[in-house]
Ligand binder design. Structure first.
Ligand SMILES: [Zn+2]
Length: 156
């Protein structure tokens, strides 16, 4: 088993209508990535799709992938591509459950948002991938985990 140091939360920074297939195509054909960007993608309806087994490396945060698990939700940007936490209730619940599950499996791992790794803009005048998703996942993961109360589906 890989030693896992970080469980990293991402957003796809796409329109909320983006499909997993279109996201995978973008990585492969535009960015020319060999590995997927995440291990799990959470759809708008809360369905969690594994796109890369945890044993494999995903291309989520440059320089930290060897010991990271990456979980992303579809969304995280407004119509102009600006960071926006537009997670559905179903996505919040699914993300919370997945993070609980992963942290039990990897008790040594720290849960972080992608932006918690972000360097400042490098000022080279080129808008690079890590710069335009620097708001990823568009919310403060640790603050959210501290305050999140799972919805009770069987509440009277
Ligand atoms: Zn990210």
């Amino acid at each position: 088993m890989r030693a896992i140091k970080y469980i990293v939360v991402h957003c796809t920074a796409t329109p909320t209508t983006a499909t997993i297939e279109s996201i995978k195509r973008y990585w492969k054909e535009v960015l020319k990535w060999k590995n997927p960007g995440y291990h799990y993608i959470i759809k708008r309806n809360g369905e969690i799709v594994c796109i890369n087994p945890e044993e494999n490396i995903s291309n989520g945060v440059g320089g930290h992938n060897r010991y990271s698990i990456h979980v992303s939700y579809i969304g995280g940007a407004d119509a102009h591509g600006k960071p926006l936490d537009n997670r559905t209730d179903e996505q919040k619940q699914a993300l919370f459950d997945k993070l609980v599950e992963l942290s039990k499996k990897y008790p040594e791992a720290t849960i972080l948002g992608h932006r918690d790794f972000s360097p400042d803009k490098n000022g080279n005048g080129i808008i690079e991938y890590f710069e335009w998703i620097k708001g990823c996942p568009s919310f403060d993961v640790r603050e959210w985990l501290d305050s999140y109360t799972p919805a009770l589906s069987n509440a009277a």
